[in-house]
Design a protein around this ligand. Sequence first.
Ligand SMILES: *Cc1c(COP(=O)(O)O)cnc(C)c1O
Length: 436
Amino acid sequence: MSADPRRQVPRTDTLLADPRLAAAGERLGRGLVKGAVQRVQQRIRDGEVAPPQAVEAVLASLPGTASSLQPVLNVTGVLVHTNLGRSPLSPAAVDAITAAAGTTDVELDLSTGRRGPRGEAAIAALLAAVPAAEAAIVVNNCAAALALVATALGQDRELVLARGELVEIGDGFRIPELLTATGARLREVGTTNRVTLADYRGALGPETGAVLKVHPSNFVVRGFTRQVEVGELAAALAGTGTPLVADVGSGLLRPHPLLPEEPDLQSTLAAGADVVLASGDKLLGGPQAGLVLGRADLVQRLRRHPLYRALRVDKTTLAALEATLRGPLPPVQEMLAADLDGLRARAGALAARLTEAGLDARAVDADARVGGGGAPEHPLPSAAVSLPGSFAELLRRGTPPVVGYVEGDRTLLNLRSLPTSADEQLAGAVLAAAAR
Ligand SMILES: *Cc1c(COP(=O)(O)O)cnc(C)c1O
């Protein structure tokens, strides 16, 4: 008999019949487990896995869920990281998603047995949080909210927008292109750095569908600059019947003491905007959503537009949004509020533990940022664990993956973007990476 492992590859059927793999098949789907079996068989042929270890190797390679998306520890110091799924949801929002994921009363009034208004409770929670709004709807994201506004108010008409607010959001997507894709015409006013009320006034006419203000959430223009505030614009538009729509981007409901430059929904409406738009998964800390709040007649017009049906959100988003608004503070808000002493203490404890295990680890001060969600010029003081540079890749390839960043020849694990409850997991991931 040959000792060549390639001749002793267990049969697929034999492996799939193993009770542990059969159970995994029930949970994850037989196709997914079969794929993992075939990859392990190949590794046996390549001499990387010993045949008696086949089942263990398959089990070790199976994902936690039937989705390939995996939980990641975010130590980038960027609180709202678009590549990492933006806001981590609160446990209350996660529970709400689980409860709503099955059959649920999203559009049925259980007391009468008739069709009910979809997402009524989430809307009520939004209106309770932003009392200046008369009505609200929720769409897929803020880009969808812009598309809906541009279509309903600007199609075959003009949207007046300052040149300094022609923003590229990210990944090559540009707000002016999104707006004109709906059939609206852009009437650009002012220059890159300056716009005046007279510029806006000069652009208004019978063709005007709406005046739009877009918060430049991911950049700042400094120096010889001038903008027209929402309040001034609203006063100038009063009585003209032209709606003023403000895209505030980040999704703060009310002013935040730590982010004085960041606009919020309540203040922007109170200053006179007719409709405000924001992302649900930026500073609000909720699910991906586009929030549209404001004057009842305009919101109703958007709600009645055929395009709304193509942009509305599903039951799990409504559930998570309501729970974010009514439940305990979501992680993003906690991270924003975390105090520096507490962050330093966490970094110190982690570094001490890793040093004890023989690693070259130290606690250092570092800056964190809100992220694509806003406040581009507003560093948040933070603390990090500093490790040798080679750790960045090792950690990224671990389970769970840890995403930090490299500064000079060191890997930094910035703790402001990580919930405190994950520190233990982070220590385990670093020790596991060191052992590889
Ligand atoms: C982020 C952002 C958007 C896009 O929001 P999504 O929810 O990602 O579609 C639009 N406008 C502004 C001002 C933003 O900051």
